[in-house]
Write a protein that binds this ligand. Structure first.
Ligand code: GLU
Length: 597
């Protein structure tokens, strides 16, 4: 995602302060439930939910209180985010769902990634020999893949849930119908997107009431989405993949409802009803590495999240970061990220199309070969990808081929746990903030622009694993992660942030497991992201003098990621954690708070 998530005037602390005022000033009425104050840390028992949004966390906790499990709560919270965080997620998008099953001790994952239409060829984003401007691709029918989120919810509930879809959607439907209080993050996201939202009649009608972004503190209802959720509740998610709604999605992609007078060039898309009808959310093996004696599970291809976090952890595991001290540990974190990114860019794509050497990428031998390239000072970037070929004699590397992944602030991550010890770590998205900008008329949800996650042209000298193809899933960076200690969950976490998702998850893990921080501090700490490019992106508070002396150069960026996480404490207690400041702060909750909190 490439647009800034909210205007510069609403920087972290300022936004949090405004939000506090708004919560107090919000209209109180039986029909307009006020959001509970957002709490970034909650400790207690009986289950936990951490999301970016107070309504979503509340709905998830309600499900847990009524006896639902972590999967039910995750779907209910995700559906609520589709209402209150519609620019980051929703049924027009996709995502990756990681589930730890306490009864079996197994970790399962669902790949709900959006999928390219059968008509999409490798040069789909090239016109007259040149890639189309990225911004044009974002706001287009062309960038919309088959949504995977509805199928993810259905699959998760069928496999491991206790609620049916109808009941799992109830809380979200109520929020959509009764309305929710617009916070500064929401209003800021509309403002950032106002021009392109105004270009579509359906989007302008929903998100630019009276021709302008909704006022902070006002109540926004999305009755069309409530009706769409009701339809899914009655007919199952097939209602979106077949029949009238499917046809409407296809019509919207082919003939976007461009407002009269708009000068925006909106390329039509290639989706057909047959593409929707054949969509499947795929159950996949999680990635797995061991780190400091813990088992780290995450999402495999077509996401590069698990393989890249895992490879970097394997590299970092070759040294004792705690003993090295913060500067050397952070130096190694940055270098390991760059090396793992080089390999990600070269080797990871949709496994149905690309032979991803996943076992080798995650092997200790390969990690040792990569780790020995880390010197006392920063390597010149980009570094070359390695050779995950099973033959690990020394410090091998092939020719450097760059291509830093793009970062962003769209997408959302939620983490849930229940009283039985089941855990969900779920990252979902519609790619850019506001997806492709096009609300399906009268249906209340935005379509994704996920296909812009494909590389438009070859970045890897003829070997690019992430070019478009018919029915292919674009490579993701989403890294919903669960960490076990033995057979017991220790941590669950994830973040949005485009390609910086990987470094955010990695950094929180290093902060927590190596640098002696508790989980709230590990999440709140200033972030830096090295994605194999010349300079490190860093938040303003990130300490850099000593790292600069080692040769690292930095580029300022206001915010990286918006993590949520849960840590499992003794005696069934849990610590739910969200951001204290980023994105206006997140909302953590537990079913039965400890009395002293
Ligand atoms: N589409 C991105 C991915 O799958 C996530 C977008 C974002 O977080 O900004 O990696």
């Amino acid at each position: 995602m490439r647009a800034s998530r909210r205007p510069g005037t609403l920087g972290g602390l300022a936004a949090a302060a405004v939000l506090a005022l708004v919560v107090t000033a919000a209209p109180a009425s039986a029909h307009h439930p006020r959001p509970t104050d957002k709490v970034p840390v909650a400790v207690g028992s009986g289950g936990a939910v951490a999301t970016v949004d107070a309504d979503a966390t509340r709905v998830g906790l309600d499900v847990l209180r009524r006896g639902g499990n972590a999967v039910d709560a995750a779907v209910a919270a995700a559906a609520t985010l589709g209402v209150t965080e519609p620019f980051s997620s929703g049924i027009g998008g996709g995502g990756f769902f990681v589930y730890y099953d306490a009864a079996t001790g197994q970790v399962h994952t669902i790949d709900g990634r959006e999928t390219a239409p059968q008509a999409m060829q490798s040069d789909a984003f090239v016109e007259n020999g040149v890639p189309i401007p990225f911004a044009d691709a974002v706001t287009s029918g062309l960038s919309a893949g088959v949504p995977g989120t509805p199928a993810t919810w259905e699959t998760a509930l069928e496999q491991w849930g206790t609620l049916d879809l109808r009941r799992a959607l109830q809380g979200a439907t109520q929020v959509a119908r009764r309305g929710f209080v617009v916070d500064p993050t929401f209003a800021g996201q509309v403002a950032t997107n106002a021009t392109r939202f105004a270009a579509f009649t359906s989007t302008a009608k929903l998100y630019l009431p009276d021709g302008a972004p909704p006022v902070v503190g006002s109540v926004l209802r999305n009755r069309d989405l409530a009706d769409t959720y009701d339809l899914l509740a009655r007919r199952g998610v097939d209602a979106l993949y077949t029949g009238r709604l499917a046809q409407e999605v296809v019509d919207t992609v082919h003939r976007p409802p461009v407002a009269p007078g708009s000068t925006l060039v909106v390329r039509p898309g290639l989706l057909e009803t047959t593409d929707l009808a054949s969509y499947e959310a795929v159950l996949r093996e999680p990635t797995h590495v061991q780190y400091r004696g813990l088992d780290v599970y995450s999402m495999g291809p077509p996401s590069s999240g698990g393989s890249t976090v895992g490879e970097a952890l394997n590299i970092l595991g070759t040294s004792d970061l705690a003993a090295l001290g913060t500067t050397q540990a952070t130096h190694r974190y940055l270098e390991a990220s760059a090396l793992a990114y080089a390999d990600r860019n070269r080797f990871v794509g949709d496994p149905a199309f690309v032979d991803v050497p996943l076992t080798e990428l995650l092997s200790p031998g390969f990690a040792a070969e990569r780790a020995c390239l880390i010197g006392p000072t920063a390597a010149v970037k980009p570094v070359a990808p390695g050779s995950p070929d099973g033959d690990y004699a020394g410090c091998g590397a092939s020719a450097a081929v760059g291509a830093a992944g793009t970062d962003g602030q769209s997408t959302t991550h939620l983490t849930t746990a229940d009283r039985w010890g089941n855990v969900v770590s779920y990252t979902l998205t519609i790619e850019s903030i506001g997806g492709n900008g096009i609300v399906v008329p009268h249906r209340g949800f935005l379509l994704n622009n996920e296909l812009t996650d494909f590389n438009f042209t070859d970045t890897q000298g003829g070997l690019d694993p992430n070019l478009p193809a018919p029915g292919k899933r674009p490579r993701s960076s989403m890294a919903p992660t669960v960490v076990l200690s033995g057979r017991t969950p220790l941590l669950a976490l994830g973040s949005p942030g485009g390609a910086s998702i990987i470094t955010t998850v990695l950094q929180v893990l290093v902060n927590r497991l190596d640098l002696g921080m508790d989980l709230p501090s590990a999440v709140a700490a200033p972030r830096a992201s090295q994605r194999n490019s010349a300079s490190v992106q860093a938040e303003p508070q990130f300490p850099r003098t000593e790292l600069a002396a080692l040769g690292h150069t930095f580029t300022d960026t206001p915010e990286i990621g918006a993590a949520t996480a849960i840590e499992f404490l003794d005696h069934g207690r849990m610590q739910a954690v969200a951001e204290p400041v980023r994105r206006g702060g997140g909302a953590a909750g537990v079913v039965r708070p400890d009395r002293w909190h």
